[in-house]
Design a protein around this ligand. Sequence first.
Ligand code: 3PG
Ligand code: MG
Length: 398
Amino acid sequence: MKTLDDLLGEGVSGRRVLVRADLNVPFDKADPSRISDDGRIRAVLPTLITLRDAGARVIVCSHLGRPKGAPDPKYTLAPVATRLGELLGNPVVFAEDTVGPSARAAADALLDGQVLLLENLRFNAGETSKDDAERGAFADELAGLAEFYVDDAFGAVHRKHASVYDVAARLPHYAGGLVLTEVEVLRKVSETPEQPYVVVLGGSKVSDKLAVIQALLPKVDKLLIGGGMCFTFLKAQGHEVGKSLLEAEMISTCADLLSQADGRIVLPVDVVAATAFDASAEHDVVDISDIPADRLGLDIGPKSVALFAETIANAKTVFWNGPMGVFELAPFAAGTRGVAEAITKIDGFSVVGGGDSAAAVRALGIDESGFGHISTGGGASLEYLEGKSLPGLSALES
Ligand code: 3PG
Ligand code: MG
């Protein structure tokens, strides 16, 4: 895989460099114009600054959300361009389309050391198309804007999309520093984790995490499960879970996993059960054998936090993906906070995998320096740990 250093060696001053970034940031639910966590923008700054300072004409592209292949103002990258400019200390030029007249004119007019952000890649059907020719045609247009391609979008390397996969075949291609760091950390965790190795998984669905659970079970000393997905496991153990999230079709799979795991899967022993999915709903801590029929579990309880923290404290390696509860609502944030804080205290190496967990760390004001690495990729880091080949990485390798 060629790196940014190799590219600098080619001489980039005055040359147009297309950088694929993952600027898919969350917005505030109450104020949809406010970026609630700019971690992904900050993570790509070193690459952009290196190119800018070397005099390159930097053309940044990204997706945001999941628009349906046509322009949709709800998913414009315009506010991201503003924030990126603030962080770079210089305004960023924004193109109102991705490969159309606005993008081409802006790319042509770029000065040495200037940064341009193209409008959302997913406003174009070719970006995510399953049809190689349709994706290829869009990749031709993207590649036509620049002379070199840098992929620093770790969060999207698991997608076989035009800007991630096909463009690399059309331009000299290089891995950005973020992609390199992420891959190095995940390789270390998946190939040679120092034992005890503890994995903490949360989030809402077992079905999303099934492949990674199967891949990790033989490798881990303990697998701690919280979040909405724990209720399907609790049900598989014979507990009634009231109105909690439940994937009925996964109950028998969970039962199989529990028997294979031979005690290595650790589930909550108590939960915070509420009358509704609402910050003002009535709620109490209950043991998992006493979840009322008319309530839903929205966080793990204090005894579970203590149990998880004790297991985490002995670990030399921890990988954590997925919140333990609905941390966005204050009454249901203690589980995620307790587990995150326990991870920051280990005498070992910890990795926070992913979008939601990384955003939770920052939203809860937990000291980021307490973690070994905070990944920018949720799905991407999980697929890496599953041992899958990731299209964005294979494209860079070839
Ligand atoms: C993410 O947030 O998971 C990445 O930006 C990839 O987005 P996607 O899941 O919509 O492809
Ligand atoms: Mg995703």
